[in-house]
Design a protein around this ligand. Structure first.
Ligand code: ZN
Length: 159
């Protein structure tokens, strides 16, 4: 069962599609903030600081919804979209964007718990192209490599 993006350990029933969508959004916003704090200037300029604080508030609001403590109808969707657009604009530096994607790709491989061999096979023979996998990682999907719940393969005779 998927768990809340905030790390509190609450589970989200599979039939609650709305909550799962918000959970994915929360994951994206939190990842964007983490990236900005990691790779941005320190200390951030006033504009960035305002954007980061707004992002923290958005994460709070989304977490409250996933926890079913807040009514999704009270959430200002437009403000969240605007915030994400501002973040994208700030990430336009192609070199930074490239290293950010590589870092996320590496993290997704580590969190998948798969062997290098399995990842290599998924990249070479899987249902998804590398581009599709990158996009799935950007969206914060639980299974970006498309293993589809297949258990990890047993170690081969040579390992
Ligand atoms: Zn939570």
């Amino acid at each position: 069962m998927p768990t809340c993006f905030c790390g509190c350990g609450r589970t989200i029933p599979f039939y609650m599609f709305g909550l799962r969508t918000y959970n994915t959004r929360g994951k994206q916003v939190a990842a964007r903030i983490a990236w900005a704090r990691e790779f941005g200037e320190t200390p951030p300029d006033a504009e960035t600081q305002r954007w980061l604080e707004e992002g923290d508030e958005i994460v709070d609001v989304i977490a409250r919804m996933v926890h079913r403590e807040a009514d999704p109808r009270t959430v200002n969707e437009g403000a969240i979209r605007e915030w994400q657009a501002e973040g994208r604009a700030a990430e336009q530096n192609p070199e930074q964007e490239q290293s950010r994607r590589q870092a996320r790709f590496g993290r997704a491989i580590r969190t998948s718990g798969r062997s290098d061999e399995e990842i290599a096979q998924a990249l070479a023979h899987g249902d998804r192209s590398v581009q599709e996998i990158m996009e799935a990682i950007e969206r914060g999907e639980d299974d970006p490599f498309g293993f589809g719940g297949k258990p990890p393969s047993l170690p081969g005779p040579d390992s």
